[in-house]
Design a protein around this ligand. Structure first.
Ligand code: BGC
Length: 761
């Protein structure tokens, strides 16, 4: 089809060709025009080459089909049969592959170099779930920016992040990689991360193209088992799963990655409804879609494609533009085209999208833009990056419990027993995605606590980590066979004024392929905690983990609990600053913490059902939606987190109780710091739509503001509610607000009862 746009582009291309003797800079040609000019010169093979992505021979993040065939891959680079590589890193190494592509291939098209820059490059920032607990969009954006600065100096110009999958099931190991359970918070975080990675100008050498993944519904894999099937209806897809992806598109994300899972019977990699109708159609996304690792080939195992040939056909028709490590596009597309199974327009469209991003990155102006070894040396691990990572780590910590203000601890004169397998562990805090980091480079809690105080600290592991120095992908375990460390730990606890126990999951216990059926403290850790509590109950429990855990016993018996996730390189310093009160914790949970694994999936924005019931109501009745052996509510709700100070909320004031389709209302509260220290609070606003053409959640986050108050200070916090904010994907299959009754809740977490009502007419 010839459109006005393509005619215009064609005209400019003719102009461009006829002015060929002028230099690039002398002619003001747009990226679209440069793409078209290049496309005209490309052979079919070269076009298909752009749609092909190879792994860079190390750091294999999945089963590799052509193990170690480096020579063949290099030859393909020289033939122009590769558009991108992943996992090649280091300015020198990237230059080496880029030189082959640029100097040896016929058209010299530069490679786009992809990498899983998920939470930092060499200097590791907190896992994304932890960062999300900050609810601090500025800090999250800055963290992505710093990661991009460090990675781009090492030759990388494309990150496979942010993962924007909404996740409601803590059994799924990849909850650590996302923003948690809520689509509204998830959307704000998606925007912040995309903007952080991509910066203001993608052409700068310190920015990287971002990638919203995994499209779509990967967070809804059944029973939280990774790679499993997802089966959800339109209502959940549009109202819960898609909003953060849409937010990423609106923020200008350059690429998308599809997902391993099938969605309602169709592998996402071949889902034309998702990729062509919604993403490239309704949302006008003009970047490109990369498959997930080998996901084109995996459609054979899904039982959707007969063979590789068929998989290629399905993937391209479904809207996948680039093939990550399946080797299917490069081997099959030509014959698929000959057989009329795919169209040349589809190939051109995919290549256009890929080339456009390369142009936008400035790679055609300087393919070695990201390959400056001097810069790499200067930037890697720089003071600015370390300080930024430390700042993010402090902001990510969530105080779950603090009876009798046992925290913060005094800095002098205390005898502290520091106990637990993770207390001196310099590896686990680096979390899961830390491909470029050196093992054992995090500041441990032991180191941090020693550095920030003059207290006497006795350290005992209690439970050992087995095989403690893992290379990437090597598992360690938290001991389940050997209690010999208990004795020393008990001895230390007996003599101590206060016991700090650092327990949780080792760094690789969450993440891709790390689903769990249990959400307890693994190994002998729970037993150790109970044994120590018998000796000295003055315990501060510091948790390191990549997902919500079941903490019922600790919540009942331990006076202070600090959720410290996997906080990255500066972990121990951040934790020590919080424990000693140099930083007043302000994090709020981005996922509900369950009482039992049997509650999974668990989320605050659930549906009421036809048989709701407050806990305890209808005593004696069984016929309402509940569990016979556990409450429905979480142990700690979404949005929950304490501070070393207290905040008092006023009742809600409203500018009006009536809203119409052309107006807005303002709802406000006064928040007062009633404690003795300065503190930050995330003021959260939720809305309940009482009835709709499809049923609506019991409440939904619709606004939040992070404020800081001095002791005694109060501030009015206001939110605007307009019909736009009340829109949802309705029974009429469109985003719209429906008239009716609403409640608004403003408070300190998703369980707040502070409410008022209004109507939309
Ligand atoms: C993951 C992706 C990742 C890719 C490349 C896959 O296994 O699902 O999220 O970006 O590997 O490493």
């Amino acid at each position: 089809m010839i459109t006005t746009r393509s005619l215009g582009v064609l005209f400019s291309v003719v102009l461009f060709i006829s002015f060929e003797c002028l230099s690039q800079k002398e002619i003001e040609v747009s990226i679209d025009e440069r793409v078209e000019a290049l496309l005209l010169k490309m052979t079919l093979k070269e076009k298909i080459g752009q749609m092909n992505q190879y792994n860079g021979f190390w750091n294999v993040t999945g089963p590799t089909p052509k193990e170690g065939n480096a020579k063949e891959k290099y030859d393909d680079l020289a033939k122009g049969l590769v558009g991108s590589m992943l996992n090649v890193r280091g300015a020198k190494e990237v230059r080496a592959v880029q030189e082959v592509a640029v100097n040896q291939s016929r058209l010299g098209i530069p490679l786009i170099i992809g990498f899983d820059l998920i939470h930092g490059y060499k200097t590791i920032s907190p896992i994304p779930l932890a960062e999300s607990a900050s609810w601090d969009m500025g800090a999250i954006k800055k963290s992505a920016r710093l990661g991009a600065m460090e990675a781009s100096a090492a030759g990388i110009n494309w990150t496979f992040a942010p993962m924007v999958d909404v996740s409601r099931d803590a059994r799924w190991g990849r909850v650590m990689e996302g923003a948690g359970e809520d689509p509204f918070l998830g959307s704000r975080i998606a925007e912040a991360r995309v903007k952080g990675f991509q910066g203001d100008d993608l052409k700068e050498n310190n920015t990287v193209a971002a990638c919203a993944k995994h499209f779509a519904a990967y967070g809804f894999v059944e029973s939280g088992r990774d790679y499993n099937t997802a089966d959800i209806g339109e209502n959940t897809l549009h109202n819960i799963v898609l909003p953060p992806f849409k937010a990423a598109v609106d923020a200008g994300v350059k690429t998308f990655m599809n997902s391993f899972n099938e969605l309602n019977g169709i592998p996402a990699t071949a889902d034309a409804y998702l990729q062509r109708d919604i993403l490239k159609g309704d949302w006008s996304f003009d970047g490109f879609v990369v498959s997930d690792w080998g996901s084109i080939k995996e459609m054979i195992d899904h039982g959707y494609a007969k063979n590789s040939y068929h998989a290629g056909e399905l993937a391209l028709n479904g809207g996948s533009d680039m093939d990550m490590e399946s080797y299917i596009y490069v081997n099959q597309i030509e014959s698929l085209l000959d057989a009329g199974k795919v169209q040349v327009e589809q190939i051109d469209d995919a290549v256009r999208r890929i080339l456009r991003v390369k142009f936008e990155l400035g790679l055609f102006d300087d393919p070695f833009l990201y390959c400056d070894e001097e810069r790499e040396q200067k930037v890697t691990g720089s003071k600015e990056i370390r300080e930024g990572v430390l700042d993010m780590a402090k902001k990510s910590i969530v105080l779950l419990k603090n009876d009798n203000n046992i925290l913060p601890l005094k800095k002098e004169g205390l005898k502290i027993a520091l106990i637990g397998p993770l207390a001196d562990d310099k590896n686990s805090p680096l979390g899961n995605w830390r491909i470029a980091a050196e093992n054992n480079t995090a500041v441990s809690v032991l180191e941090g606590m020693n550095q920030y105080s003059g207290n006497s600290i006795t350290h005992a592991q209690g439970v050992r980590l087995v095989n403690k120095i893992p290379a990437f992908h090597e598992e360690v375990d938290i001991n389940t066979t050997d209690r010999c460390g208990f004795k020393a730990a008990k001895k230390a606890a007996k003599k101590a004024d206060v016991v700090v126990m650092v327990l949780g999951e080792y760094g690789f216990q969450s993440g891709e392929g790390r689903s769990r059926t249990k959400l307890d403290l693994p190994g002998f850790q729970q037993e150790l905690l109970e044994e120590i509590a018998k000796i000295n109950s003055n315990i501060v429990l510091v948790l390191m983990n990549g997902r919500p855990l079941v903490l019922n016993w600790a919540n009942e018996n331990i006076p202070a609990i600090v959720e410290a996730w996997h906080l990255g390189t500066e972990s121990g310093n951040a934790i020590a600053q919080v424990l000693y009160g140099d930083y007043n914790p302000s994090g709020k949970l981005p996922m509900s913490f369950p009482r039992s694994v049997g509650q999974m999936p668990l989320y605050y924005n659930y549906k009421n059902t036809g048989r709701p019931g407050a806990e305890g109501r209808d005593a004696g009745s069984v016929f309402w939606s509940h569990f016979g052996d556990e409450k429905n509510t979480p142990l700690y709700p979404f949005g929950y987190g304490l501070s070393y100070t207290n905040f008092e909320y006023s009742q809600i004031e409203m500018s009006s109780k009536e809203l119409n389709f052309n107006s807005s209302i303002t709802v406000s509260v006064n928040v007062k710091n009633t404690g003795k220290v300065k503190g930050k609070e995330v003021v959260q606003m939720y809305v309940k739509d009482h009835f709709g053409s499809v049923t609506r959640p019991v409440r939904e986050l619709k606004g939040f503001e992070l404020i800081e108050l001095a002791p005694g200070e109060s501030r009015k916090v206001s939110f605007t509610i307009n019909p736009e904010l009340l829109k949802f994907y309705s029974a009429r299959k469109k985003w719209e607000a429906e008239p009716g009754q609403f409640s608004v809740f403003i408070g300190t977490n998703s369980a707040t009862k502070n409410s008022a009502s209004f109507s939309l007419k």
